[in-house]
Unconditional design. Structure first.
Length: 115
């Protein structure tokens, strides 16, 4: 089975909507897929408290499927979204000086795609 991790740094909602679509498409086609929110993208977590936010139903589906692997601990604390991430049950990873380790995904056989 192919393994893909989609790492999104971009805080643009339209870009993130595409990440969600791609994640579900990969999963549907048999890939093991994970999404990592890093950099400015961590701010998007807070916007999904509002169900009227575009792509909120898609976001909920990806969350329910367990595809969101983590939110960057350092970035979410710096940008004020760590509380919302915890409230939504999203793990905060920070094994690399407060950030998720991309090498850990490569070590597990994942291909990394960044947005």
């Amino acid at each position: 089975m192919k393994k893909i991790v989609l790492v999104t740094y971009n805080p643009d909602l339209m870009c993130f909507g595409h990440v969600l679509l791609y994640a579900l498409d990969f999963q549907k086609k048999g890939y093991e897929v994970k999404v990592v929110l890093e950099g400015g993208a961590v701010k998007l977590v807070s916007s999904f408290d509002n169900p009227d936010t575009p792509f909120s139903s898609l976001y909920e589906k990806v969350k329910q499927e367990g595809i969101i692997d983590c939110v960057c601990k350092a970035c979410s604390e710096k940008l004020g979204s760590s509380k919302d991430a915890r409230k939504q049950g999203l793990p905060l990873f920070g094994e690399l000086m407060g950030h998720p380790s991309l090498e850990a995904y490569i070590e597990q056989g994942y291909q990394i795609i960044t947005f």
